[in-house]
Design a protein around this ligand. Structure first.
Ligand SMILES: CC(=O)SCCNC(=O)CCNC(=O)[C@H](O)C(C)(C)COP(=O)(O)OP(=O)(O)OC[C@H]1O[C@@H](n2cnc3c(N)ncnc32)[C@H](O)[C@@H]1OP(=O)(O)O
Ligand SMILES: CC(C)C(=O)C(=O)O
Length: 557
């Protein structure tokens, strides 16, 4: 490796740079190039059937401008464009965009492809970069301008003859980021002069980072410089089209929007040449998470992923922003703890804004509500485990019980090193608290409130019960100010190590006919060790007694 083989990207001389102080307040005009730029970079390009499927997805999502292909490139591209038009697949408010090189035969074929369409954007490009002028075209600047202008004039002629009611021209100085800015401006001015746009019939000038060559702030400088220097700015829709070679395609687009871009081209999940195009979904979700309407329908991200994966045969990465399988999941203890507390707090009141630690958006906004937000492995903590037991199984463990249950599960994840799914967690929990070998068990139970007329303080409860203790049947009787106290007094005669009841919580579970009470009891023994028991029953008194017996058994085990 030799870093000396590479040259530094020159910064832009921009006086009174404005974009750093600007803010984004609305969605740009979106244009999906999935069916063209996305398609041209696939090992197996989409056929007409897959393009149709992808088209309907983009339509459903609310894209009004879609680059449907490069009709002069192949039969599939041409046939798909025809199908769209002939089968009337476009919505009234939609415009198709078609790409062509600035070559007569290709332009002619492009116009044949869009025959009969109401409105179309004809997108013509030629590379303008210093490098491509030298090594690909071997032409000077004037000759490169000639290619563009001739192409535009041809489009104008074909447009006059065409039956398409409304034709918008888009011109891309391809490899804009590798082009001297003054030359990019010069060629665009020549194109504008040849096309003669007006405020009502604007031209789209698309400034692609065909290859991402610099930091996103430099791209923003290029866009601001261009917007400030182009004549007839009001007749021009400035469009950006970034790629992701340095991994900053999203950042470059967002800064370009600050710098004056009106329109954004990109693809779903950033499919496209090499490292891909701009991921439009990420930009849209970034807007959404700042309280700005993205003007795209993204509320069923799983559906979008499934159509995308089927059509492109690519996979959305597990860590993909907003969409990846793991992005709404926390394995690590401190994250889980904070998420659980944040969700508890959020669900308590009518909050105006979503604010939950580690979750920039509410996953349910994009249809991810059924996903396990918290997943458990050896990095996880008690908060996450408590979250699973509560959310999946309805057990609201007392806070003081979390360390005990956490340890129970962590012992298993430490041993196996594997992730435990909720069912596996529940199985361990159930075995520990409901299916343990018992030293003490309850066979029959009856409680009588002795003095109904006194106020609560003086209520006396007498409990009679049959229990099995160390394999022998025993009948016990005890009195106390409640069923638990009465039962505790009743079992004093058994040979049970002394304990003190220090924690008690209860809640109901499920509803209607299937309702249960769940009680949690924490006992400390003479060594000051706390152990919890859980009891579940349709009767709250019995739930408490069962919790007490469970805690005793766990202590004596
Ligand atoms: C950055 C981008 O994504 S741009 C879009 C790129 N997408 C695609 O290329 C996908 C579809 N393309 C194709 O199927 C084919 O390239 C076609 C059908 C368009 C053209 O095919 P061909 O003419 O057989 O081959 P090819 O593309 O190699 O043509 C290169 C010639 O066109 C010239 N050329 C390349 N781009 C342009 C342009 N935008 N305008 C005018 N001429 C161009 C080249 O200089 C070269 O000229 P030469 O033959 O005199 O050396
Ligand atoms: C045709 C142009 C806009 C392009 O796809 C690119 O430069 O990446």
């Amino acid at each position: 490796m030799s870093y000396k083989n590479y040259k530094k990207f020159e910064s832009v001389e921009l006086v009174n740079r404005m974009w750093p102080s600007n803010t984004i307040t609305k969605a740009p005009i979106w244009c999906s190039v999935d069916l063209r730029d996305g398609n041209q970079s696939l090992p197996i390009p989409m056929n007409v059937e897959k393009k149709t499927k992808m088209f309907y997805l983009l339509k459903e999502m609310g894209f009004k401008e879609i680059e449907v292909g490069f009709p002069s490139a192949s039969k599939a591209e041409f046939d798909f464009t025809r199908k769209l038009i002939e089968e009337n697949m476009l919505g009234d408010d939609m415009t198709i965009q078609v790409l062509t090189q600035a070559r007569e035969g290709l332009i002619e074929k492009t116009f044949q492809a869009i025959e009969g369409c109401k409105k179309a954007i004809v997108h013509v490009y030629n590379s303008t970069s210093t490098l491509q002028r030298k090594v690909v075209f071997k032409k000077d600047k004037k000759a490169i301008i000639d290619i563009a202008v001739k192409g535009v004039k041809l489009i104008k002629e074909f447009a006059k003859k065409s039956n398409v009611e409304d034709i918008v021209l888009e011109y891309s100085p391809e490899s804009f980021t590798g082009t001297e800015l003054d030359f990019a401006l010069e060629i665009c001015e020549a194109v504008i002069k040849a096309w003669k746009p007006t405020e009502q019939n604007k031209i789209i000038i698309n400034l692609p980072a065909t290859v991402e060559m610099s930091m996103p702030n430099v791209y923003a400088d290029q866009i601001e410089w261009f917007c400030k220097n182009i004549s007839c700015r009001e007749c021009v829709t400035v469009s950006v089209h970034t790629h992701n070679d340095r991994g900053t395609g999203v950042a470059a687009t967002e800064l370009a929007m600050l710098a004056g871009a009106d329109r954004v081209e990109g693809t779903l999940f950033g499919n496209g040449e090499r490292t891909g195009n701009l991921d439009m979904l990420t930009v849209a979700m970034n807007l959404y998470s700042q309280g700005i309407d993205p003007e795209l329908k993204i509320d069923d991200i799983n559906h979008i992923i499934s159509v995308y994966e089927e059509c492109t045969m690519l996979k959305v990465h597990e860590r993909h922003p907003y969409a990846g399988e793991l992005v709404y999941t926390a394995f690590s203890g401190s994250h889980q703890d904070a998420i659980k507390k944040g969700l508890d707090e959020y669900n308590k009141k009518d909050n105006e804004y979503w604010e939950v630690p580690y979750l920039p958006i509410n996953p349910s906004d994009i249809g991810r509500e059924y996903e396990a937000i918290i997943r458990i492995n050896s990095q996880s903590g008690k908060g996450g485990i408590a979250y699973i037991l509560e959310n999946e199984y309805g057990y609201r463990l007392p806070k003081k019980m979390h360390p005990e249950v956490g340890k129970l599960i962590q012992n298993v994840t430490d041993k196996t090193g594997k992730e435990l799914n909720p069912q596996e967690i529940y199985n361990i929990f159930e075995k520990e608290y409901f299916e343990q070998d018992t030293i003490l068990s309850l066979n029959k139970f009856e409680s009588i409130i002795e003095d109904k007329n006194t106020n609560n303080k003086d209520v006396k409860v007498t409990v009679t019960a049959e229990v099995t203790f160390k394999g022998k049947t025993k009948h016990i009787k005890g009195t106390g100010n409640g069923p638990i106290a009465a039962f505790v007094n009743g079992i004093r005669e058994l040979d049970i190590e002394p304990f003190k009841l220090v924690e008690y919580e209860e809640h109901s579970m499920n509803g209607g006919a299937d309702a249960h009470a769940v009680a949690y009891i924490g006992l400390i023994n003479e060594d000051d060790k706390i152990k919890f028991g859980i009891g579940k029953d349709s009767n709250i008194n019995l739930a408490s007694i069962r919790a007490l017996i469970c805690a005793i058994n766990r202590h004596m085990k």
